[in-house]
Design a protein around this ligand. Structure first.
Ligand code: FES
Length: 57
């Protein structure tokens, strides 16, 4: 499922990137995938995905 339509980024791409340690924050998602940098409508869903995919501390 697409999370960020502006940049064609899927939930799978985000969860994979988190599990591989490529991203760990919204800033990382913005830098690596451009998530939330265009219209911004995906920011809440992307943050929820990020929180769910991050390992508990
Ligand atoms: Fe992600 Fe527009 S849908 S910036």
């Amino acid at each position: 499922m697409y999370v960020c339509l502006c940049n064609a980024i899927t939930d799978q791409q985000i969860t994979t990137a988190v599990s591989q340690g490529q991203v760990n924050s919204m800033r990382d998602l913005q830098r690596e995938f451009g998530v939330g940098t265009c219209c911004g409508k995906c920011a809440r869903d992307a943050r929820d995905l990020l929180d769910a995919a991050r390992p508990a501390l």
